[in-house]
Design a protein around this ligand. Structure first.
Ligand code: URP
Ligand code: ZN
Ligand code: ZN
Length: 468
């Protein structure tokens, strides 16, 4: 690849563009073209041929895509007695290596705290450390139902999506779900839901532990596919009754896919996300000895290989709107701290850095999705659905968030290959083809052939404008 650094053109006049990405195969969600992108003042200023710029990167032989958008990450997030291992710096640095230029994380408010104050509080560490742009979902837990009238105000402040849990301590009962969904629906926001049947899960965990079934092998067996599907089907119907759309997070199995298809056939407005872990990994990882079996604990759990294959078919048939990560890593020591029972192990795994490459390699590479579908699932629809108005598209006027992707680069995932701070990866040993070579955010090169160039705290808060 030739890389010119030029201050002016052959006529001695100032160049029109700050940066030109030349001769690349430009992939958007609707087109594939060969050409140049001209960038000026951090924006995409032109699409064409033979553009001239102060700097020109020759992207011949490379794919040029929008920066990927990960709408489901948990950075430096306190969960129980631990805090997820990647903070806003290490997590977003890993994102840059993986070709992601925008993320959406979460805000949780304390009982006596307004949504606005909680958002301000959560924005501070992101502003201090994030190297890419970021937005937030607002969590509505059982103690937040008196705050529902604050929804329009927090949407104005830039939180357009609302996280509702049907599992864990934050889970909402059906009546509470109905109230929250009604309020979010009325304000035009987007509810995002962790759908699992918590009562049944608690009963199955108790039953298994009483029988001495304490190893991670019993984690997926205490969270059956049927009860992820039941919860998803239930919340979709509740949302329908409440007059709200709903986005189902981290769909792990084909039974949920069926519920979503049925609801859509009924005309209910439901969108859905799946994640790389459910497309690349399977539940037999829980059968490894000691901490190795504990490491991939996450919820919903990894499923069978049949389920994984069927999930890919659903991706290929266009059922999913987004592929995000649910990146929520814990280090080996935290995973190993209490192996006396599977439900004591902190849940969550890292995926942020491999997502874009993995979806290319396993999806496009194996002809399960097209290049444009890859871009749509990882970049364009996530940005559109969550109202990141400047992101997710290669179009004039948009932020120049761009990835130059080497489709031929073969690599094996190992912890040493990754920037994520967990020190382990559930994808260890998986061979991938395709990797970002340049990551560009608002016209600034953050990653250049393995060299990281971003300044800590350069990321900017982005409003998620989901209304209308
Ligand atoms: O186990 C997981 N997925 N932890 C992160 C929190 C969540 O459920 O999204
Ligand atoms: Zn979840
Ligand atoms: Zn999550």
């Amino acid at each position: 690849m030739i890389d010119n650094n030029r201050k002016d053109n052959k006529f001695g006049s100032p160049l029109m563009f700050d940066l030109v990405i030349a001769n690349g195969k430009i992939i958007t969600s609707t087109s594939v073209t060969l050409g140049d992108i001209g960038i000026k003042d951090g924006k995409i200023a032109a699409l064409g041929q033979d553009l001239e710029g102060a700097r020109v990167i020759d992207a011949a032989g490379r794919l040029v895509t929008p920066g990927a958008v990960d709408t489901h990450v948990h950075l430096e997030m306190p969960i129980g007695k631990y805090t997820s291992t990647d903070d806003f710096y290490t997590g977003t640095r890993a994102a840059v290596y993986g070709g992601t230029t925008s993320i959406i994380d979460f805000v949780e408010s304390r009982q006596a705290q307004t949504f606005s104050d909680a958002l301000e509080e959560r924005r501070a560490p992101a502003a201090a450390r994030s190297v890419i742009d970021y937005g937030f979902h607002m969590t509505i837990g059982p103690d937040d139902l008196e705050k529902l009238e604050q929804i329009p105000e927090i949407m104005e402040a830039g939180c357009g999506s609302f996280k509702l849990y049907m599992a864990y301590g934050l889970h909402l009962r059906d009546d509470q779900l109905y109230k929250a969904l009604s309020a979010v629906g009325k304000a035009g926001g987007l509810p995002v839901v962790h759908a699992e049947n918590w009562d049944i899960i608690c009963a199955l965990i108790e039953e298994n532990i009483a029988k001495g079934n304490t190893s991670p092998h019993w984690h997926p067996r205490s969270r059956p596919e049927e009860f992820e599907a039941e919860a998803a089907g239930r919340v979709i119907q509740i949302a329908g009754q409440a007059g709200s759309r709903v986005h189902i997070f981290h769909v792990s199995c084909p039974q949920v896919v069926e519920e979503i298809s049925k609801a859509r056939a009924q005309g209910l407005p439901v969108t859905a996300e799946t994640c790389p872990q459910y497309l690349l990994l399977t539940q037999d990882l829980y059968d490894r000895e000691g901490v190795e079996g504990a490491l991939p604990i996450c919820s919903p759990p990894l499923r069978s290989d049949n389920s994984r294959r069927e999930l890919w078919q659903a991706v290929g048939s266009g059922l999913f709107d987004t592929i995000s990560t649910d990146h929520c890593p814990f280090c080996r020591e935290e995973k190993a701290a209490d192996l006396s029972a599977f439900n004591k192990i902190p849940g969550g795994i890292p995926s942020m850095e491999i997502r874009f490459s993995a979806m290319y390699s396993e999806g496009v590479g194996k002809e399960l999705i097209s290049e444009s579908e890859w871009v749509d699932l990882c970049c364009t629809t996530p940005a559109r659905l969550f109202g990141l108005k400047q992101k997710g598209e290669i179009a004039i006027g948009r932020d120049a968030d761009i990835i130059i992707f080497d489709p031929e680069k073969e690599w094996t995932v190992t912890p040493d290959e990754l920037q994520e701070s967990a020190g382990w990866t559930p994808y260890e040993g998986i061979k991938l083809k395709g990797r970002p070579e340049y990551t560009i955010s608002r016209g600034e090169i953050l990653l250049e052939k393995g060299e990281f160039k971003a300044e800590k705290g350069r990321g900017l808060f982005q409003k998620t404008e989901t209304k209308g």
